[in-house]
Design a protein around this ligand. Structure first.
Ligand code: ADP
Ligand code: MG
Length: 344
C-alpha cells in the first residue's frame, strides 16, 4: 500500500533576498523549516499560527506552486517533484485551494456559473446542457440558489463569493482541499456558516481538508488534528481537544491564553506572550521561541528541539516540556513556572 493521501517530509523553503554586498551574507527568509506531517484520506488537519509563520508558503509548497529548498511532498507515496507533466496536472486537479479573498481569486468578468464550471471545462469539453447541470448541482451543494448563476462576483455578498470559491474547488471532485484563511475576511456569523458548509461537505464527500488559519477560535470549532506553527516550524501537533485542554508547548499555551475565550467556564491560563514574533530572516538560534518563553533554559538557546511523540499521540518540540529521551506517559507539567495546566 502506498499509505497516506499526503505525506510531507522535512519540507523547507528559504527565500534568499537578492545578492548582498558581501557575497556570503545574502539574507535568507526562513519561511518554512523542516516540516513533516501526513494527512489521511477524508481527514482534516488544521494549521494555526501567527501571521508570517509560514502557513501560506507551506500551502504553496503542497500545491507545488513553489519549489522546496529541501524535503519532499508525497501523494499516495509518490514524490510530486518527480511527477511528469500530465501526472502533475492530475495532482493539481485532485488538490484544490480556497483562498482568503475570493474576490481577488474570482474572475470579475465571468458569471458565477462560468466561474464554477471553468475548471471542469479545462479538463474536458462540456455541452451547454452539461455545463448548466453542473452549475446548478454545485451551487446547490454550497447552499446557493441556482438563480445566482448569472450574477457577477461583484453582485454577490462576501459569504456568497466564498461559497462560490468552494463550489469551484469542488467542481473537479478533489481528494484534498487546502483552505488558506478561507473565513478570515468574513463576519463572525458568516464565518460559522462557511465553516459548517466545509465540514458538511467533507462528511458528505470524504474529501480531506487542510484548514489554515491564524485564528485559534476557528480551529477549535473545526476540531480534529491541529498543527501549531511558529517561525516556519511545527512546534506541536495534537488532537484538537487535547491541544486546547492541555497545551504542552509553551507557545501553544500562550496562544490559547491570548485568544478570546467564548466559553467562560473554561480555565483561562495567564501566560502573556512576551515581545514580538522575531524576524524569519534571522530567527533566534536553538528553539526560535526561547526569547519569548518563560520556561527557557540554556539548552533552548543552543539546540533546536526535535518533535517528540508523547503518549497521547501528540508530538511536541520543547526541551523543557517534552525531553528528547523516551516517551513520557503524560505531558510534563512539574516544575513549570507557568500556571498549572488544566488537569484531566
Ligand atoms: P503566513 O501565511 O503564515 O502569514 P507566509 O507563508 O505568507 O506566512 O510567509 C512566511 C514568511 O515568508 C514571511 O516572513 C514572508 O514575508 C516570507 N515570504 C513569503 N513569500 C516570500 C517570497 N516569495 N519571497 C521572500 N519572502 C517571502
Ligand atoms: Mg497566509
Amino acid at each position: 500500500m502506498s499509505g497516506s493521501l499526503l505525506k510531507v517530509e522535512n519540507l523547507t523553503k528559504h527565500y534568499p533576498l537578492g545578492a548582498g554586498f558581501l557575497k556570503k551574507t545574502i539574507p535568507v527568509v526562513q519561511a518554512v523549516t523542516d516540516v513533516s506531517f501526513s494527512v489521511e484520506a477524508g481527514e482534516t488537519l488544521c494549521i494555526v499560527g501567527e501571521s508570517g509563520c509560514g502557513k501560506s508558503t507551506l500551502a504553496r509548497l503542497l500545491m507545488r506552486l513553489v519549489e522546496p529548498t529541501a524535503g519532499r511532498v508525497l501523494i499516495e507515496g509518490f514524490d510530486i517533484a518527480g511527477l511528469k507533466k500530465n501526472l502533475l496536472r492530475d495532482w493539481r486537479r485532485r488538490m484544490q485551494m480556497v483562498f482568503q479573498d475570493p474576490y481577488s481569486s474570482l474572475n470579475p468578468r465571468l458569471t458565477a456559473g462560468q466561474i464554477i464550471t471553468e475548471p471542469a471545462e479545462n479538463f474536458g469539453r462540456l455541452s451547454r446542457r452539461q455545463r448548466q447541470a453542473l452549475a446548478v448541482e454545485l451551487l446547490r451543494k454550497v447552499g446557493m440558489s441556482p438563480e445566482l448563476m448569472h450574477r457577477l462576483p461583484s453582485e454577490l455578498s462576501g459569504g456568497q463569493r466564498q461559497r462560490l470559491g468552494i463550489a469551484r474547488a469542488l467542481a473537479l471532485r478533489p481528494s484534498l482541499i487546502i483552505a488558506d484563511e478561507a473565513v478570515s475576511a468574513l463576519d463572525v456569523s458568516v464565518q460559522a456558516q462557511i465553516l459548517n458548509l466545509l465540514m458538511d461537505l467533507q462528511q458528505e464527500t470524504g474529501i480531506a481538508l487542510i484548514f489554515i488559519s491564524h485564528d485559534l477560535r476557528v480551529v477549535e470549532h473545526i476540531g480534529q488534528r491541529v498543527a501549531v506553527m511558529y517561525l516556519g516550524r511545527i512546534v506541536e501537533l495534537a488532537p484538537c481537544e487535547a491541544l486546547f485542554a492541555r497545551p504542552v508547548h509553551p507557545y501553544t499555551e500562550a496562544l490559547i491564553a491570548a485568544a478570546p475565550v467564548p466559553d467562560p467556564t473554561r480555565i483561562r491560563l495567564e501566560v502573556p506572550l512576551q515581545g514580538e514574533v522575531p524576524s524569519p530572516i534571522q530567527p533566534p538560534k536553538g528553539c526560535a521561541f526561547h526569547p519569548r518563553c518563560p520556561l527557557a533554559v540554556e539548552r533552548c538557546r543552543i539546540e533546536v528541539p526535535p518533535l517528540v511523540p508523547m503518549a497521547d499521540g501528540r508530538v511536541v518540540a520543547c526541551h523543557v516540556r517534552a525531553p528528547t529521551m523516551g516517551i513520557p506517559a503524560e505531558p510534563i507539567t512539574a516544575n513549570s513556572s507557568l500556571s498549572p495546566m488544566a488537569q484531566q
